[in-house]
Design a protein around this ligand. Sequence first.
Ligand code: 6PG
Length: 315
Amino acid sequence: MTGGDGVTGGDEARGIAQGPLRGARTGTGGTGDGRGGGPGGEPGEPAIVVRPDAESAAAAVAETLTGALEAAAARRGRADLASTGGSTPAAVYRALLAEPLHGRVPWAVLHLWVGDDRFVPRGDPNGNMGPIDRVLLPGVPELGLAPPPLDPANLHPWPTDAALAAGRPAAACAAAFEETLRAELAVDARGRPVFDAILVGIGPDGHLLSVFPGSAAFEAPGWTTWAPAPQHVEPHLVRVTLTPPALDATPGLVVAAFGAAKSAIVADLLGPAHAGPDRDERTLPALRARRAGATWVLDAAAAAGLAGDDPRRVG
Ligand code: 6PG
């Protein structure tokens, strides 16, 4: 199973600049609101859901995503979900494949995307399609979970295979993915893509997607970009990723962070030091997800640094 980006750099892990990133980016269009290079993020605070363990937290993630997808399907006959890599999606997919959620997920009209990936072929164990290919699409026969009735045409991986086969760089892959997004997705009044739900994990260095501390993705003009292989996290592989503004228009942004290794960064990201408008997302990109309308789903270990009576807690 593909793991998330594990920090290997200790002291380097926070606030490093990825020098070669700057100026090396792609994207086929601006966000139209001038926010790609600005401080970004909507004002307000997220809802926080805490569950006792990772399994029940994954079930809560699945429940939250299902609610957003159901609402979208009812409203417009289609539901767009951007999922994540890392260690959380497999358990989330198992919960989506089981009742009571299986019968609620609008599989027939569900379009499935991934928010970021490594620039590797489909099937590479480091790729973020892994949990989709190994757990979601085949189902889990040993648990009696059948393959979902998902239309293969509605599955939208980053086109890494095509780019690699043509000898094209990650920038071309990112640009091609953005073309597909622009053809398929609704766009809000500020020129941002409207996914109905996005699931992201966060790294212990405060990254989300493949937007690492110091990333030039904040300056990228479009919805997608690429990033050189990070040296402070594993795996050291070139990335393709949505840019931070591409997260802003979704009504269903869900952050999943499980385990004691996340407790310090969760407490920092959600703590008073970053409550104001002068917060520095370039140092801690996951602050982008600290906004009204987002839901942070934590297990008790990841939530250990938060107050038990935090007013943002909804469960
Ligand atoms: C990836 C994701 C990355 C991931 C975090 C958290 O490709 O792995 O882009 O942002 O979500 O590193 O991963 P975990 O949830 O596995 O800790």
